[in-house]
Design a protein around this ligand. Structure first.
Ligand code: FUL
Length: 458
């Protein structure tokens, strides 16, 4: 069992996964035929003449994304309706036959470069327009299109596939040749992460509502990763209740874990993809989510060992909607207000603690009542190890009282000690300040030796 735990604790991320973790918060742009037909899924019969944005300006997208503090953008180069936002050599169903003949992929890629954003593409494998869909020839078609995108638009940070596999125009379903698609991406864009439900670099968190698991592990059994039809909530994918129990007495769960892990382990972190609005595409009547909801999604995802891919859909003019821009400004203001100025703190690692259960004393110049958030980061390059931790307040005399209890940390864990949107905050402001001026961060269970690379207090 000890060997097994060692093995689990030594599964490390790739360079491209680390770069993706650093990207952290980026935009999804759903734009295409559906924008003009007011639908979420087109059926592939839409006439190219419908694609006619009047004031298309990808720089407006990039500027907004940059100002919101995001670091990248992923564009729907082709959605399920098959219409391509670039002039593809391999189909007539694309911008070259539309009133707007511009290469939207190129304009978006250039705008990203201008604003210092990383750029990625979403090429839907499901294609309801292409006649070859449902036959091996479609895999050739898809690879040709991938090749156009992989070679014509500079460096990509992400190639995003969704799992939808419905019927094509002739009623047939397609067997996707993912191995071939992946090989092509690796050949031309070795630094790009590939998003798919089951990896290979990042996996779906299992819902489109912006929710993460309580324990969002990046190290998961390869076998589970391959058939990750996961739902919201703590599913087996999180390995909650499996590995954690190996240390404990529950033999059945220990057995289950060794079976699950018998096919090996993989580093496969989750991405949270959600839309600022109810739909993925722009619909006049839809309104953006509240700043409170977006803030909670941000803290849960970026601060929950995942990255946040937030969709903002351009409208029929080809511009981001002013309502969404305003909401992103509010979100940025809230994030700056809450995380803009960390508190001064001196951090000391206690010398006598076990390597797998380190303890850190965080000395503040203020009372702990002032602390709203504690951000913890593991040295994820060495693997993800922390299974449980506690944060306590400590007085100069050494009395302690609990403030927060958590499970996984991973790349970044943001622990919210006071809720900025809760009414009770205003009432609590009147309470006397706590005499405690230190925090004690204690890792209470881990898969191996732990070293936190950052503790930041806000
Ligand atoms: C899903 C698609 O079916 C939705 O339309 C959207 O593009 C979402 C991000 O992925 O699989």
């Amino acid at each position: 069992m000890v060997d097994f735990l060692k093995q689990v604790s030594e599964v490390v991320p790739s360079k491209r996964q680390l770069q993706w973790f650093d990207t952290g918060f980026y935009a999804f742009i759903h734009f295409g035929m559906n924008t003009f037909t007011d639908r979420e899924w087109g059926d592939g019969t839409e006439d190219e003449s419908l694609f006619a944005p009047k004031a298309l300006d990808c720089e407006q997208w990039a500027k907004t994304v940059k100002e919101a503090g995001m670091k990248g953008m992923i564009l729907t180069a082709k959605h399920h309706d098959g219409f391509c936002l670039w002039p593809s050599k391999y189909t007539e169903h694309c911008v070259k036959n539309a009133p707007c003949k511009r290469d939207v992929v190129k304009e978006a890629a250039d705008a990203c470069r201008k604003y210092g954003l990383r750029f990625g593409v979403y090429l839907s494998p499901w294609d309801r327009n292409n006649a070859s869909y449902g036959s091996p020839a479609y895999n050739d078609y898809y690879c040709h299109q991938l090749e156009e995108l992989l070679t014509g638009y500079g460096e990509l940070f992400c190639v995003w596939f969704d799992g939808a596999c419905g019927e094509g125009p002739n009623g047939k379903k397609q067997e996707y040749d993912f191995d071939r698609y992946i090989a092509l991406i690796r050949k031309y864009q070795p630094n790009a992460v590939i998003f798919f439900e089951q990896g290979p670099d990042i996996r779906w968190c299992g819902n489109e509502a912006g929710k993460v698991r309580v324990s969002e592990w990046a190290v998961i059994p390869s076998e589970i990763g391959k058939r990750a039809k996961v739902q919201t909530g703590p599913g087996p994918l999180s390995t909650e209740g499996t590995l954690a129990h190996i240390h404990n007495t529950d033999r059945n769960l220990g057995m289950l874990a060794s079976i699950l892990y018998s096919k090996g382990l993989t580093f496969l972190p989750a991405e949270v993809d959600t839309s600022i609005r109810p739909g993925w595409f722009w619909h006049e009547k839809e309104e953006p989510k509240s700043v409170e909801t977006l803030f909670r999604i941000y803290v849960g995802s970026v601060g929950g060992n995942t990255c946040l891919n937030l969709n903002i859909p351009p409208n029929r003019d080809g511009l981001l909607d002013e309502r969404d821009i305003q909401r992103l400004r509010e979100l940025r203001d809230t994030l700056d207000h809450e995380f803009g100025s960390p508190l001064l703190a001196v951090i000391e690692k206690r010398p006598d603690a076990y390597p797998s259960q380190p303890e850190y004393v965080v000395k503040l110049t203020k009372s702990v009542s002032e602390v709203k958030y504690v951000e913890l980061r593991e040295e994820i390059e060495k693997g993800q190890r922390v299974e449980a931790f506690k944060i306590e307040a400590m007085t100069p005399q050494g009395s302690r009282f609990p403030l927060y209890q958590g499970t996984t940390i991973g790349n970044r864990k943001i622990c919210m000690l006071t809720d900025p949107f809760a009414e009770q905050n205003r009432l609590e402001e009147k309470k006397p300040a706590s005499p405690a001026t230190s925090l004690l961060v204690r890792v209470t269970a881990a898969r191996g030796e732990v070293s936190l690379k950052e503790i930041v207090v806000y």
